[in-house]
Design a protein around this ligand. Structure first.
Ligand SMILES: O=P(O)(O)OC[C@H]1O[C@](O)(CO)[C@@H](O)[C@@H]1O
Ligand SMILES: [Fe+2]
Length: 192
């Protein structure tokens, strides 16, 4: 498995293929299955049934080899597969940066949304190829696939900001994403 570069990192070029969704050289890759998303979907029994059943891959994250440490600026490509659990669209776990720092996402393929929550306010950005979504410091963020093909985006994020997944379990994300009868995104109050 590819690893992160050892700091101090020297200048280098990364070949970014927005069609094949690859970064070269490549760092670590992770795969999140349904069982990794415990406590996140509203319908816990539908989640449990899926996780105990075929336990599908919900999303993958491919990273560049830039290490996740302070002052470095790693990149990753996240691909969320299309699907819904009891109607709730497949999504990333979502996280807050313990060290409040900003982040940018560039949509590459498919159709998605960027849900952000600062503990009080909720924001939703529609993400289609070419959209840059800006995540300001202090806003927890989650990505959602709103289409019927994989939704992929490039992230560039501060390596020392960290990932606090517990924040989302405690505070929620403000809204949950569904589709209405016409196929439009239907954001519902978080409730649970
Ligand atoms: O970390 P989550 O919430 O699973 O989201 C998917 C990916 O998005 C990133 O935050 C990139 O922004 C990765 O660090 C992360 O693994
Ligand atoms: Fe982040």
């Amino acid at each position: 498995m590819p690893e992160y570069l050892t700091p101090p990192v020297s200048p280098f070029a990364i070949a970014f293929d927005a069609e094949r969704l690859t970064l070269s050289p490549e760092g670590p890759t992770l795969t999140r299955r349904m069982s990794d998303l415990e406590g996140l979907f509203l319908d816990q029994s539908a989640w449990a049934e899926s996780a105990a059943g075929d336990n599908p891959v919900v999303y993958t994250v491919t990273s560049s080899p830039v290490p996740e440490i302070n002052r470095e600026l790693p990149q990753s490509i996240t691909t969320i597969f299309p699907g819904a659990t009891a109607g709730e669209l497949w999504m990333t776990k979502g996280h807050q940066h313990p060290d409040h720092q900003g982040e940018i996402y560039l949509a590459l393929k498919g159709r998605g949304g960027l849900l952000m929550f600062d503990g009080e306010r909720v924001e939703w950005l529609d993400m289609t190829p070419g959209t840059i979504g800006y995540i300001p410091p202090g806003w927890a963020h989650r990505s959602v696939n709103t289409g019927d093909e994989p939704y992929a985006f490039l992230a560039v994020y501060p390596g020392g900001a960290g990932h606090d997944y517990g924040w989302v379990l405690t505070h929620g994300m403000g809204s949950r994403a569904y589709l209405d009868a016409s196929g439009s995104v239907d954001l519902r109050p978080y409730a649970g």
